[in-house]
Design a protein. Sequence first.
Length: 210
Amino acid sequence: MLPSRTSRIHPVGARVERGVRLELGIDADDLSPVDITLTGGRHVLVIGGRGTGRTTALDWIGESWRSIIGASPARVRHSLDELPESTSGLVIVDDALAVDAGASADRIRNDAGVVLVAATDGDGLRAAWGHWLGDLRRWRTGLVIASGGALDGDLLGATLPARTPIAARPGLGWWVADGRTRLVQVHAGPHHQSTTLHPGPMTSDDMLAR
């Protein structure tokens, strides 16, 4: 049975060319680990309302990146102009519709050394034409929190089932990449309460076998 929340004491992953591979959570069908790859120049959306686990997902991705790379991701609060021209690696933006493009949006989006992971709700993203966030849809990659409904999958070019096989809960979402989907319970960090620790950490032999 899929636990309502899962965690790892230590993030699992590895460096890859221009980015990292990390364990996002566990598969809702077979409880196997779900790995994702964050690559420079290919940006990611996390789609869900407040209280759905989207910020926890951002925190887990950021902590995994820090653990694997050895450097904390940049976080944007008000404007993309907060990022210096030397910025590289992971950039996390929560409540992204409230963040101004400034003069830096094109530079950041087109930088092959930067991975933007930005979060917003589905309704806001639908209305985001002309906002820098709307352009991130073209990468068709991200996490669609299940409680938002199947129509949110359309924002990333994916068709999601009308119902999930288990009831929606915080952190349960569809990982979407190039039209392919996988239902996953996203890990929370070990500091979160009421979590089930997923076995780990994984050995190098385990990583090579996956």
